[in-house]
Design a protein around this ligand. Sequence first.
Ligand SMILES: [Zn+2]
Length: 418
Amino acid sequence: MRKFAIGIFIFWSSLAAQANETILLPEAIFDGTSDTLVEGKAVVVNNGRILRIEDKRDTYPSSSQVIDLSGMTLLPGLIDLHSHVLLHPYDETSWNDQVLKESWAERALRAGNHLKASLHAGYTTLRDLGSEGAGYVDVGVRQALEKGVIQGPRLIVAGRAIVATGSYGPKGFAEHVDVPLGAEPADAGDLVRVTRDQIGHGADFIKVYADYRWGPNGEAMPTFSVAEIQTITETARASGRYTVAHATTPESMKRAVLGGVETIEHGSTGDTETFELMKEKGVAWCPTLAAGEAISMYQGWTKGTDPDPKRVSDQKAAFQAAQEVGVTICAGSDVGVFDHGDNAWELELMVEYGMSPIDVLKSATSINADLLHMSDRIGRVKEGYLAEMIAVEGNPLQNIGALKKVKFVLQGETIIKN
Ligand SMILES: [Zn+2]
């Protein structure tokens, strides 16, 4: 009798252990770091984490939830290191009008829609690069996500971002008109205070504009000195936060790198010498190719018909130089300039501009996770990692466009899309 009871107990407890298990059965897996896809494996998920990866079995207990992903490749949830959830495409409403005429309530509500679209497109983490005139609404949106008020990817926010006095827009108003700016001005005398204030208001990291279009002819010119940028990065670092820089020209990219930032955003006219310095200092590059193409299209460019405008030929040349040098390239699209949910356009362009599909996949998953200092939790299909996974039809190494039509999205314990 006692033996029987023990037998029952073991049977019951093994069922109980499997009761909450979800078994994903994809054709192949990209784990975030390997050079090839793996076939014949099942991914077992429990309590929002990846419990184990094992050989596929013929049958599974009826108590477990089995998700058939035949013909599909399973990948880590995608990460975009450069988003603006508080912006929407400039061909709908200009940046100036979004900053000056849209209420913060409207912008927050739009962000809710944008986040939902991003998650359904397979993006489970976004690093948001500044509220663009909406104060700390990004911090509030992040808190709403964390409380489950709205559905969307994990959001890592910059808050207001720091610009040099006189450099940033909106511009073109009479001197007696007090115009709210798209970011917070600060200079040598108050950079420590402003950086600390942004941290105090909830910024997860600091964004600094190392250049802006304020040259005599509206061209991009450096804003801060190396010492000023260093003041920001050291103040941020003391609090456990890192700094990233908007920088488009070699001179401002160099200043930002020497000033201690961790990623360069845009870098559209970066040259070999600059990328070599970045590689030496371990600074990564977020090229935001999709934004460059989107803005060119808004200005009348028809891709495939018209010759490349300077903006596009510049970023193609920079991308080639960066690859030759071997600088770490992250996947950051500047989505918001174009439609939310179209983030994977960036990945398609990275392949089009010459990066191998496997490197692009690594960039959008494990490399981006590492740059977020979250390499122990996200960006990999690996035991113990958070169960943030997506599946696409077929083999994305043969057709990167499959990432634009994500079929399955799992976010922890919730199946968002199947
Ligand atoms: Zn941006």
